[in-house]
Write a protein that binds this ligand. Structure first.
Ligand code: T4K
Length: 398
C-alpha cells in the first residue's frame, strides 16, 4: 500500500461497499424459503407457533437448560426475566455493555449500580462487587461480553453469600462454555439474543433459558400478556412473543452453527496473523474450547505505541469504507439517563473508562472474505507505520 492509496491521505477508498461489523450470518436460503412456504401454507404466523416451539426445544437441547422461552428480542427477554425474578431496588451490573442491559433495569425503576470491569477480560470484576452491595441490592446482572463467560463461580459465590439473584446477559455468548458446561445453565437464568448482528440470528429474537421450573412458568405467562388459557389472565404481562418468521430464520441459522463458528474462527486467526507485530495494537484472545463462537474481533489500540488513537484509527478505517465500531463506548454510565442520575459514576469505573477509549471492533462473519480481511489489516498496518502523516492529515480535516 502506498501513501496515495490511503483514503485519509487523498486516495480512493479501498472498498466500494461498506464492510459492516454485525453483518448478519445467513444460513441455507432454500431451507429458509421452504420454511416460509410451510408457515404460509399453515396460516400460523405467531403466538406459540410450531416453529417457535421447535426453536425453543432445539435451544434447550443445545444449551442443556431445562427450559427455553423464545421472545421477540433479548431486551424484552431481559426485562421479563428481571421482573419474573422480582428484582427491585438496586442491581449490580457492568457499565461496559450494550445499553439494553441497564435499560432493562431502569425501565422498571430499578437502579443499575455500575461495577467496574476486569481490564483483561472486559467482564464485570468480581473483586469490585461486594463494596457496592447495600440493603437495597437484590441481584447481580452479569454480562458475558464478546462471547467470553464472566467469572461465573465467583459471582455465584457472592450471590449465595448475600442471598442475591444472579441473572446473566448472554447476548454474545450463544454456543460458548464455562468449565466445559454450556452457557445457558448458570445463575437463576440467562438471556440469549438472536438479533441480526448476533452469531445465530432470527432477524430479531431472544430467549430466556433456565433450570428453574417455577421461574420458567412465570416467564411464559408474562411474555403472553399473563394468559393462562382462553380468557384467563392470571398475571400482569406483556407481548414478548417470537413470531414464526423469526423462528424459521433462527431454526435455519442454527443448522449452520458449526459452519458460522468455523468461519468466525478462521477470520479471527487471519486477523491475528495479519495484525501481529503492529505496535500498540492487540487482539483480545479467545479460548477455542470455552468460547468457540468468535463473534467479535476486538482490537485494543494504545496511542502511546501506535502513534494513533483508537478514534484516529476508526477515522482511517471509515474513510476506506471499513465501518469498524467502538463498542461499547462511552460506557453506559456516560449515556442518558445514567450520566444525569450518577454524574460521578466514572470515578468508580477507571478500567471501564480506559477500555472504552481503546476498543475497536472489526468486521467478521460469513459476509467478509479472507482477502478483504487481509486488506483491512494492510490499511491498519500502513496507518500505524505512517502515524505522523496520518495524524497531520486527520488534524486538517477535524
Ligand atoms: N445485551 C447485550 C450485551 C447486547 O449486545 C445486546 C444487543 C442486547 C443485550 C440486546 O439484544 P437485542 O434486544 O438487540 O436482541 C447493535 C444491535 O442492534 C444490538 O442488538 C447489539 N446488542 C449491539 C451490540 O449492536 P447498534 O446500535 O450498534 O446497531 P446498528 O444498527 O448500528 O447495527 C450494527 C451493525 O450491524 C452496523 O454496522 C450495521 C450492521 N447491520 C445491522 C443490521 C440490523 C447489518 O449489516 N445488517 C442488519 O440487518 O446495536
Amino acid at each position: 500500500m502506498t501513501e496515495e492509496t490511503l483514503a485519509v491521505l487523498g486516495g480512493a477508498p479501498a472498498f466500494n461497499q461498506p464492510l459492516h461489523v454485525g453483518r448478519p450470518n445467513v444460513g441455507n436460503v432454500d431451507r429458509l424459503f421452504s420454511r416460509f412456504r410451510e408457515m404460509l401454507d399453515r396460516h400460523w404466523l405467531t403466538n406459540a407457533g410450531p416453529f417457535a416451539l421447535e426453536f425453543e426445544q432445539r435451544l434447550a437441547e443445545f444449551t442443556g437448560a431445562k427450559h427455553c422461552i423464545a421472545m421477540c428480542n433479548a431486551t424484552v427477554a431481559l426485562e421479563i426475566a428481571v421482573r419474573a425474578l422480582d428484582l427491585k431496588g438496586e442491581v449490580i451490573v457492568p457499565s461496559f455493555t450494550f445499553v439494553a442491559t441497564a435499560h432493562a433495569l431502569q425501565w422498571q425503576k430499578i437502579t443499575p449500580v455500575f461495577c467496574d470491569i476486569d481490564p483483561h477480560t472486559h467482564n464485570i470484576n468480581p473483586k469490585k462487587i461486594e463494596s457496592l452491595i447495600t440493603p437495597r441490592t437484590t441481584g447481580i446482572l452479569g454480562v458475558h461480553l464478546w462471547g467470553r463467560p464472566c467469572s461465573i463461580d465467583e459471582l455465584q459465590a457472592i450471590a449465595d453469600r448475600y442471598r442475591l439473584k444472579l441473572l446473566f446477559d448472554a447476548a454474545h455468548d450463544f454456543g460458548c462454555r464455562y468449565n466445559g458446561k454450556m452457557i445457558g445453565q448458570f445463575g437463576n437464568a440467562e438471556v440469549l439474543s438472536f438479533h441480526a448482528t448476533k452469531f445465530i440470528n432470527s432477524a430479531e429474537g431472544g430467549a430466556v433459558v433456565t433450570n428453574d421450573d417455577a421461574l420458567a412458568a412465570k416467564i411464559r405467562l408474562m411474555k403472553n400478556f399473563g394468559f393462562s388459557g382462553y380468557d384467563n389472565v392470571i398475571y400482569i404481562g406483556i407481548n414478548g412473543k417470537m413470531n414464526e418468521l423469526s423462528a424459521a430464520m433462527g431454526l435455519t441459522n442454527l443448522e449452520s452453527l458449526d459452519e458460522f463458528a468455523e468461519t468466525n474462527r478462521l477470520n479471527f486467526e487471519l486477523y491475528k496473523k495479519h495484525l501481529a507485530g503492529i505496535p500498540g495494537l492487540s487482539l483480545l484472545n479467545y479460548d477455542n474450547v470455552e468460547c468457540p463462537n468468535y463473534q467479535y474481533v476486538v482490537c485494543q489500540v494504545e496511542k502511546s505505541s501506535a502513534g494513533l488513537s483508537r478514534d484516529q484509527l476508526i477515522a482511517v478505517l471509515h474513510a476506506e469504507n471499513v465501518l469498524a465500531r467502538r463498542y461499547f463506548y462511552p460506557g453506559v454510565h456516560r449515556m442518558e439517563p445514567y450520566r444525569s442520575f450518577f454524574p460521578h459514576a466514572h470515578l468508580l469505573l477507571p478500567d471501564t473508562e480506559a477500555v472504552a477509549q481503546r476498543v475497536l471492533v472489526l468486521p467478521t462473519g460469513n459476509s467478509i472474505t479472507q482477502s478483504q480481511i487481509g486488506k483491512v489489516c494492510e490499511i491498519i498496518r500502513y496507518a500505524v507505520s505512517h502515524s505522523a502523516e496520518v495524524g497531520r492529515a486527520l488534524a486538517k480535516t477535524a
